[in-house]
Design a protein around this ligand. Sequence first.
Ligand SMILES: *Cc1c(COP(=O)(O)O)cnc(C)c1O
Length: 368
Amino acid sequence: MTFPPLREELVGLAPYGAPQLDVPVQLNVNENPYPPSAAVVADIAASVAAVAGTLNRYPDREFTELRTSLAAYLNTDGGQGVTPAQVWAANGSNEVMLHLLQAFGGPGRTAVSFAPTYSMYPEYARDTGTRWVEGHRADDFALDPDAARELVLRERPSVVLLPSPNNPTGTALPLATVEALCQDVGDGLVVVDEAYAEFRRTGTPSALELLPSLRNLVVSRTMSKAFALAGARLGYLAAAPEICDAIRVVRLPYHLGAVTQAAALAALRHADELLARVDDLRAERDATAGWLTGLGLDVAESDANFVLFGRYADRRAVWQGLLDRGVLIREVGPDGWLRVSVGTAVEMAAFRQALTALGTPARLEEAR
Ligand SMILES: *Cc1c(COP(=O)(O)O)cnc(C)c1O
């Protein structure tokens, strides 16, 4: 054993994280480019001030007011009668995912997802001793329902993780696929990670619609993207009350601080204003995808606040070329692809200008 006595399977691993570089145009981690308005800032500040005098006490362990407020919000965006008892929250939906695998994964159990998928899932599987099995999406990044069902029936996972819209591709899942997988997984759980749900195109449904009829469906959301609150760290899920109850067993004591709860509650009071910018971002996303397509590039259909495009023979060179021009995007996804988060109109103009300045970098030759 070497020192420090790290678990063997963690030796030599680098911590996950996109580069946090100080560049003028940051389009790499799917943040919302619009900071909270003065009115939102004032409400958050007043709400935090109001709890500051009580910080000698532990926070409400059940975050009752926040659950009520989150349930009410979900019922305005696809939810049908979601109750506070059906809501669980944590420090970002990444912690929600960890809670799910701590409670429902573990040694002797399997978690399944379909690549390309969110890169954090396999890490949570590893950290919880859950066996990780990765299926694959089709060439257009859609999920082939038959292949997916076959894998689930074969592997018998206790948790199936389905980001929709998917990160890094932006692909949304049809509800029929979610429904079929919920059936095939038996007593296992299907988690639809809807971190980007608010950005979905008109006509794309939310899996929240299926909650009343599927007892093993979990839908997770976050305030990090559409709500422009990544810094506050607040993610949540909606599921059957017995699923939320079970998660309580693995959470840390008082895991959701009073300051976090106060900030999230204040932001939720301004949901309309915070979400008003989402329409601008959706329009900017569609325009960006159209522009990239016009260049003759491959562009993945996106229901999220980012666009995956390529495919470049040397994507690292393109990423670096943009960075040299002050535009930071993300080198992620299958070989040859790059992902750009949707920023303000000014930021997207800077992105287009920088990419144009690179000329026509060589493309990957082989078929998708
Ligand atoms: C951004 C993102 C999240 C949200 O993470 P937070 O911890 O809530 O900030 C969750 N899932 C996916 C797939 C994401 O891309």
